[in-house]
Design a protein around this ligand. Sequence first.
Ligand code: MN
Ligand code: MN
Length: 275
Amino acid sequence: MDFYCANHDFKKANIVLLGVPYDGTSSYRPGSRFAPNAIREASYGIESYSPYQKKDLRDLKICDLGDMPLSFGDKNLNLDLIESFSKKIIYGRKKPVFLGGEHLISYPLIRVFKEKYKELVVLHIDAHSDLIDSYRGEQLSHATVMRRVAEIVGFDNLYQLGIRSLNREDLLLPYRDENMCLFNLDKAKEFIQKIGNKPVYLSLDLDVLDPSIFPGTGTPEPGGVTYKELLECLFLFETLNIVGADIVELSPHYDQSGVSSITAASIVRELLLLI
Ligand code: MN
Ligand code: MN
């Protein structure tokens, strides 16, 4: 099943959707490997038209390539597979949007983007800083992913928004004073100013949303934002040169109502219309 309206031929498409069903390091509640298909299924319950952006998915040429065929269990093998599958897409002329999976999937993806775009900036929206150096001995985990990403792109090129769960040691890391904040649209505007026209990779961890409206996630964190607040923030990014994006950490089975998957599908729609 394709994401709604993402049924264009690969050759003719200019946006490519690709599922990355990996959740091997989820530290609390795994299950995000089921997210890409849950998002696709939920996309048939929403309209293709965005009344916010006044744009329609039907006017875009999107190709949904389905999920990467990953193995279950072997982390290093899976990270290598993600890197090699994504390389062909990232080096092509189409704009890729990746559906996680857990947040560690951003690490191999950003590694490839950085090879292609020397000046790459990462814009990270999340409840969690994901900045610890190692989580219970693991250097590669969804809890350490932005630390590894900062080592790739430089701390000065990592902008973090919505962060309400972190270690105090994170604050001692370079540029965190200026480049990391709670959810704050004024700061988002400041980030946009600083980023200018550099190529941007947008990494959206859906647990930035409040668990009351988005319970379907592995590490829910109270005090999050509403759907409309998140959209308002995303729309600010319209002027940015977004070269790729991921949407991670939906774990559909923790939400029996299914509203988390519908919310995720709706955010995917807005993102596809935005970039
Ligand atoms: Mn995260
Ligand atoms: Mn998170």
